[in-house]
Design a protein around this ligand. Sequence first.
Ligand SMILES: Cc1cc2nc3c(=O)[nH]c(=O)nc-3n(C[C@H](O)[C@H](O)[C@H](O)COP(=O)(O)OP(=O)(O)OC[C@H]3O[C@@H](n4cnc5c(N)ncnc54)[C@H](O)[C@@H]3O)c2cc1C
Length: 637
Amino acid sequence: MPGFHENVDVCVVGAGHAGCEAALACARLGLETVIFTVSVDSIALMPCNPNVGGSSKGHLVRELDALGGEMGKNIDKTFIQSKMLNVSKGPAVHSLRAQADKAEYSRSMRRVLENQEHLTIKQAEVCELLTEDVIDAFGRSKKKITGVRILTGGEYSCKAVVLCTGTYLNARCLCGEAITYTGPNGLMPATHLTDSLKSLGVAVRRFKTGTPARMDKRSIVFSKMEEQFGDERVVPFSFSTDPDDVQIDQVSCWLTYTNEKTHEIIRNNLDRSPIYAGIIEGTGPRYCPSIEDKVVKFADKDRHQVFIEPEGLYTNEMYVGGMSSSLPEDVQLAMYRTVPGLENCKIVRNAYAIEYDCIDPQQLFPSLEFKNIKGLFSGGQLNGSSGYEEAAAQGLVAGINAAMSILNKEPLIMDRSESYIGVLIDDLVTKENFEPYRMMTSRAEYRLLLRQDNADLRLRKHGYEVGLVSKEEYEKVCEKEKAIETEVSRLKSVRVGASKSVQDFMEAHGSTLLKTGFTLAELMCRPELDYHTLAPLDPDRPSLSADVIEQVEIEIKYEGYIERQRRQVEQFKKTEKKKIPDDINYNDIPSLRLEARQKLIKFHPISVGQASRISGVSPADISVLLVYLEHFQKTRS
Ligand SMILES: Cc1cc2nc3c(=O)[nH]c(=O)nc-3n(C[C@H](O)[C@H](O)[C@H](O)COP(=O)(O)OP(=O)(O)OC[C@H]3O[C@@H](n4cnc5c(N)ncnc54)[C@H](O)[C@@H]3O)c2cc1C
């Protein structure tokens, strides 16, 4: 089909949470970028839960913000309730979660995209990837991306493509026996690109996820539920947002529960569930189970939590969190109406499951570039993850690295000791995942260092070096770091004697009386004392901002644990820094076990550290590899 032709630097396929971050990153780095979507009205659509953040996901958003991404700023402008989760536990698992006004979130992100220099939005379905054959530096033939073709005939030549197609590739939606070949919310699916990927040798698989029904607020009896309030003092997601700008009147969410009647209806109709009737082919997320799965897999539980959450300020639609399903419509109505408060509920949108094509992310380098197709990058749900935050984080990294490849700069690769984003991407490209991957704090072995409160101290430098964070913002973090160090060493040097006034102070705070002098830092380690409480004993303290004080307190109260984890990271970095040459031939290493050889050839790890995390590669294989690399380097030098 004849069509027009355009030349640009980057094509981003998808304007979901991944695509928006990728496109903004490329355009903000000065590259002419086109972002494609099947519907411009669905930019940054939230087809499922109306919130951003939550346990470990809040960490991802803060890290993305520290690197210069947009999601944190966008939710700070469009949230309607905000809560810091897990505050009764240690700071490593404190995590921000905000309810979004979905429509406003999408509109606000669209405004940012529409006003971004070097960025063009195009409503069109990308149906084909255009490539040419090249020989790489080691004489190997490889594919190289040259552009994309859209269904309406147009062609875009470009130097890099970032795929962020989410849940749209060959999507089909299932609600009981009713099956529709649409994307989320009845939007058009993308039905051509999978064949193009397969023709380029890309391995594709089928995943699924599901969403609950939406109810009409007027049909809900909230007095039968527990009201859930936001925090009194809201903490913003973005380090660039002034905390005073986010202290708004917040809406409530509501907590209710399923019961035995709910479970009975579900059990009696499992034969009509596409999941249990075997109609659904795709693999679903273990950590976001449907209510059917919960009733079957946790049969001992007599009730499951159900969170009723507003979808926005200008709608009566309420999201029924915890009850996603693909049961038939009549069963849905019956089961929802057994839940206290929903006895007379009116369903605005049925719950449904969606199946879609995604890729096996082991085909990607940690830069999220395809190993066998130069200039093709991928981010988001297409990589087998699940969640807005996981998608946005990958989209940002894929976008940055597409830009770095065009600007001949080193890719941004963060390892597991630097960020949750590093853990997310390493788990996706190095480990075997057979279901949608959802981030959790337990996945991050160095989580005491990877807290959501210090994401700026850990990652602003990367953001500045790639060009997405301004010099001014970077210098602000350097000053913050300096202020923290100075205050920690001051508190470790200021001693408090056992005077009468000090003993009275200790008594007043239920703290053990002093037998000898203590430093302020030593006193701060007492659970009943903290930085603010000790103010009367520390008249010469400097005036510091709340975020500096927060860091000082954590550094002092958790010093032992933090130091131990820092030593573990030093060990980890030793093998992580040991790079494996790109042209290594594992068939040349005779003493390598067959399974390890096959896995190393398949994964093509970039470091010994990454190689050590591939299942089927044992520590003995790593020792063999290390010896071989020693010899290899010697013959090279
Ligand atoms: C029904 C449903 C239930 C979900 N449930 C959960 C859940 O319980 N928990 C959870 O964590 N996450 C859930 N999600 C997932 C969550 O929505 C996604 O993780 C997130 O939206 C992924 O973001 P993304 O940017 O990768 O893709 P998406 O947000 O899906 O965006 C994809 C974009 O790509 C565009 N596109 C696709 N193909 C083409 C093409 N060929 N040409 C042009 N444009 C194209 C689309 O128009 C869209 O703009 C659910 C999603 C759906 C649909």
